[in-house]
Write a protein of this length. Sequence first.
Length: 386
Amino acid sequence: MGITARGVGLLVAAVVLLAVGFRFAYPELALLGAAAATAVGYALVTAAWRPRLEVTRHADPDRVARGEPAAMTLTVRNTGRLRAASLVAEDRCGGASVPVPLLRLRPGRDTTVRYDVPTARRGVVPVGPLRVTRRDPLGLVALSRPYGGTVPVWVHPRIHPLTAVPTGAGRSLDGRVDAVPHGSITFDSLREYVVGDELRRVHWRTSARVGELMVRENVDTSLPRLVVLLDNRATAHPDRVDGVAESFESACEAAASVVTAAVRADLPVVLLLVAPEAAGTAGAGVAGPGAAPLDRLAAAQLGKEDTLDATLTRLRRDRPGDTLVVLTGPGGRGSLGRIGALRGAYPSVVVGVFGAAQPAQATELVVIDAVDGAAFAAEWDRVRRW
């Protein structure tokens, strides 16, 4: 609850008038002071009334590519039974405020407001909560309360179509990529039986132990596995304009393009970030390592911690794929030698460098120098040696 400047002035005047009136026996001044104090008390009681509002919101859509339109539909319903609500309200949309008219909202009625969500920049735009400000008729007290929750709108990086996908060492014998998802006999895991599974894949010993049918899950080792490593170190993207590193935005677009191309080709793909990601949930507008790749790219931020050596060591040890795609900025050109040391663990290593003033020099790596995501996609499709 906040008292306005007018309310503070009237409250001070009430104290002074009451003190002077009683001290020097002036009943008129005491009466004026009592009237002023009564007005402030009335304002407090009036502003303290809490309207019963039900707020629902719907994003259409809640996930868009950068620059595509997105809208938020906000519905406010007066669930009270006696009084109509005439309030001043505003909805938070990112860093901006959107006015929401709530004039003479009768009990049981609702009002709907629809407005555009800014998608000019990649990121997670938090929308909400609705803040309702209650004022008294004299403007002495203003009380602001939040209503409803926060709904994130995920602004994904732009996706540029890629016609080629590196196949690394995972090729079938006839020279093409084998897209059969369960064609090999390589054991991967056990799962519960579902209708339609072949009985020859049932693992009877485990089924007898757990008391329900368990099926062997095999993987096709002929499929190439892609690993996309996004360098989100602040030192790798030193050039910023208004706090935004365009080289990092371009790297995010390239990562989204490679991941999308791999998914469309039914190829396993893993997205990794050099700097640690913020842990959280999609409902809170934070995407952790277990979230969808495009959501993680939307929430990706530059990190100050330099963990490149630890990340490269983990890649060399775990080997989550056979084709490594590294995307970095002008500050990452000095790390190409350390990245090239992974050639023994990964048959194919592709490096994309964005925003560099001079082309990178690396003989054992496939290096793509690009100014933005569109240029990267064009150069990517020209590569003939993976």
